[in-house]
Design a protein around this ligand. Structure first.
Ligand code: MG
Length: 395
């Protein structure tokens, strides 16, 4: 091909996910803060050789689909409703792509969220020489052909490969092959349709990371993979600040620890400025506003409440996004009471609430040299900073 080919990708996401026994089809389940389908689409939006992106969905999944692609800024063609079989869904997608005159088309499973840039490039590169290209992996296990529970024969492993997607095709050749095969055919990949039409199918190297999510176990593996793969994670920083004034009383609560004092801190809750600053810092890492947004001060539910509930809420919101707290660092600013004797008790309290090792929790104290409201002993100020490792939802 002399001019640059017009390359489309067709992402097949019309399945109902019956094997996963979940009420939500697998392509819409959460994978560390974004639906599986979102992660399956993103690599194609970033690949410079892909011009057209078409997704085939189940007719009843329009809302779930919009949710899956909402943060994607690259243009994606309006979704097409799939048919009863995978083959019918692919044909519907190819037909929708036809007016855009693609030269080449890649067909990808909506439930393969770890497709790499390199595998897309390998398939496209090989399409310069072949009409059908599939990424494959050697088979590690011995494969036997069975009938019921009886083995019929052992297959020659050296001649076997496991097939992945994206599979690449000459667009016209694949469309023609699809039209010539029975609509209720149960083929499970497009290469089989090309083979049926007598098109030579060429193999390129697949990628062990390019997992297809079919079972709950696959999903569990994918979720832990997202957490352990640092290239998929980003470090977020948040900061918080809080002040409470002194009033009558005999003790203050700071970082969940009760400290005897000549005054108490006044506030709607237990007035724990330390936990409030820290909660705001953690909420800051995920752009979730401040404590007041989650626990309105005019709501009597929180009157006198232990501030640990605020911190637990921030911790849970981070966990829900697949995030992990890296460290927190808190500075308490007051002339009195003395913080030093209580520092380890405070760290232990934060370690317990945040489920974090002590080494990742820092509590510091300073006076303000008699200056300002803290210097005049009118109240206590606290400032906090937190860092959190979060899945990169732009990947
Ligand atoms: Mg406060």
């Amino acid at each position: 091909m002399s001019k640059k080919p017009n390359i489309a990708v067709l992402i097949v996401a019309a399945g109902s996910g019956s094997r996963l026994k979940a009420s939500t089809p697998k392509q819409y389940l959460d994978l560390a803060g974004a639906p599986v389908l979102h992660r399956s689409v993103i690599p194609f939006t970033k690949h410079p050789l892909i011009n057209l992106i078409q997704v085939v969905i189940s007719p009843d999944a329009k809302t779930a689909y919009q949710g899956a692609i909402k943060n994607i800024t690259t243009e994606i063609l309006p979704p097409i409703s799939g048919g009863k079989t995978r083959q019918a869904s692919v044909l519907a997608g190819l037909t929708a792509l036809q007016p855009h005159k693609p030269d080449l088309v890649l067909i990808h499973d909506g439930a393969r969220p770890f497709v790499s840039f390199e595998i897309i490039s390998r398939v496209i590169e090989q399409l310069a020489k072949a009409k059908a290209v599939i990424p494959v992996l050697p088979v590690a296990d011995t494969i036997k052909q069975i009938s019921g529970h009886r083995v019929e024969k052992t297959l020659e492993r050296a001649n076997l490969v496991a097939v992945q997607t994206p599979q690449g095709f000459d667009f016209s050749a694949l469309l023609e092959a699809h039209k010539n095969i029975s609509a209720d055919s149960t083929v499970t990949d497009d290469a089989a349709i090309a083979e049926h039409a007598g098109i030579e199918v060429v193999c390129v190297e697949g990628d062990v990371e390019n997992l297809k999510i079919t079972t709950q176990q696959d999903l569990d593996i994918a979720r832990s993979k997202m957490k352990s793969d640092t290239s998929q994670m980003q470090t977020h920083i948040g900061q918080g600040f809080d002040v409470h004034r002194f009033g009558p009383g005999d003790s203050v609560i700071l970082c969940g620890v009760k400290i005897p004092h000549s005054h108490s801190l006044i506030g709607h809750s237990d007035a724990d400025a330390g936990l409030h600053a820290l909660t705001d810092a953690l909420l800051g890492t995920i752009g979730e506003g401040d404590i007041g947004a989650h626990f309105p001060p005019n709501d009597d539910t929180w009157k006198g409440a232990a501030s640990s509930i605020f911190l637990e809420k921030a911790r849970d919101l981070i966990a829900q996004r697949g995030g992990t707290i890296i460290n927190v660092d808190l500075t308490l600013i007051c002339e009195a009471p003395k913080i030093g004797p209580h520092r380890e008790a405070m760290r232990a309290k934060l370690a317990e609430i945040l489920q974090l090792d002590h080494s990742r929790i820092s509590i510091k104290a300073t006076t303000s040299e008699g200056l300002g409201f803290t210097g005049r002993k009118e109240g206590i100020a606290a400032q906090a900073i937190a860092s959190v490792s979060l899945p990169d939802t732009m990947k």
